[in-house]
Write a protein that binds this ligand. Structure first.
Ligand code: C2E
Ligand code: CA
Ligand code: CA
Ligand code: CA
Length: 255
């Protein structure tokens, strides 16, 4: 309850900021995109993890306001990089199930794109399968969003109850393999078999695959061997603030 009261004040007090983590092409080592992740620095309590406050924001409905702020800020920042002549990249934004169920979502996203001037191909939405809702409602919502022109990724793939059902029913473009499967890929034959199969399945379905939580060279090598195109994790870069990412993109533009 204490956290809820702090959370209510956080937006107005500008206590949130976004960090961005590069998503890298495993073969060329080029940055293919960025995922934005919210950070909350509460003056009294210090740093609070999104894993702790996002669920509270969802329960209290504050997620609508926070989620809209995230979308706006990510699009605005991406436009700043693009206007500075830096390489143009899609930024992926995490959507919570509550936002996804909001019938006004596609209109809100549309107006954010208009306001910031960001072309839709530079925004991606990440959804998770924990989103309990009926297939028809969810796929309608997704189709409406996709008509606006951006890509949708299924986040934390393999950790929910109905991953395969989601693949069957939803028009998604990208599968993000959860980091739980990537850990110890080399040591665990079970993880290796699961990851290999997920990648093969994604390819058959014409989906791009991102492996999350890549921390070691060994993990990267196995993923490349399995044909995983996109990788993300501390091995390449932790999430970093906009200024730092700007510097990284700038170095890139020079090479
Ligand atoms: P996620 O979307 O699965 O994001 C990936 C998480 O893994 C991030 O944690 C990221 O910092 C962390 N990570 C990245 N690379 C590595 C690695 O190599 N090893 C390990 N161990 N971890 C790595 P973070 O930023 O604490 O976010 C946690 C979760 O909170 C996210 O999981 C996402 O579900 C949620 N979240 C974050 N930002 C937002 C947001 O703006 N909106 C919503 N709705 N949820 C958000
Ligand atoms: Ca995500
Ligand atoms: Ca994830
Ligand atoms: Ca996660």
């Amino acid at each position: 309850m204490e956290l809820e009261a702090y959370l209510r004040r956080a937006i107005g007090q500008q206590e949130f900021h976004l960090v961005y983590q590069p998503i890298v092409d495993s073969h060329t080592n080029q940055i293919a995109g960025l995922e934005c992740l919210i950070r909350w620095h509460q003056p009294q309590l210090g740093y609070i993890s999104p894993a702790d406050f996002i669920p509270i924001a969802e329960e209290t409905g504050l997620i609508h306001e926070i989620g809209e702020w995230v979308l706006m800020e990510a699009c605005r920042q991406n436009m700043i990089w693009q206007n500075a002549g830096l390489p143009k990249l899609p930024v992926a934004v995490n959507l919570s199930s509550r936002q996804f169920k909001d019938s006004r979502l596609s209109r809100k996203v549309q107006s954010i794109l208009e306001e910031t001037g960001l072309p839709p191909q530079y925004l991606e939405l990440e959804i998770t399968e924990s989103m309990s809702m009926d297939v028809k409602t969810a796929s309608d919502a997704l189709n409406e969003l996709k008509k606006l022109g951006f890509k949708v990724a299924m986040d934390d793939f393999g950790t929910g109850y109905s991953s395969l059902g989601y693949l069957k029913d939803f028009p998604i473009d990208k599968m993000k393999i959860d980091q739980a499967f990537i850990k110890g890929l080399k040591q665990s034959p079970v993880n290796a078999a699961i990851v290999h199969t997920m990648i093969a399945m994604a390819h058959k379905l014409n989906l791009l695959v991102v492996a999350e939580g890549v921390e070691t060279e060994e993990e990267l090598q196995v993923l490349k061997e399995y044909g995983c195109q996109l990788v993300q994790g501390y091995y390449f870069s932790p999430p970093a603030n906009a200024e730092k990412i700007g510097e990284i993109l700038h170095k890139y533009a020079l090479t």
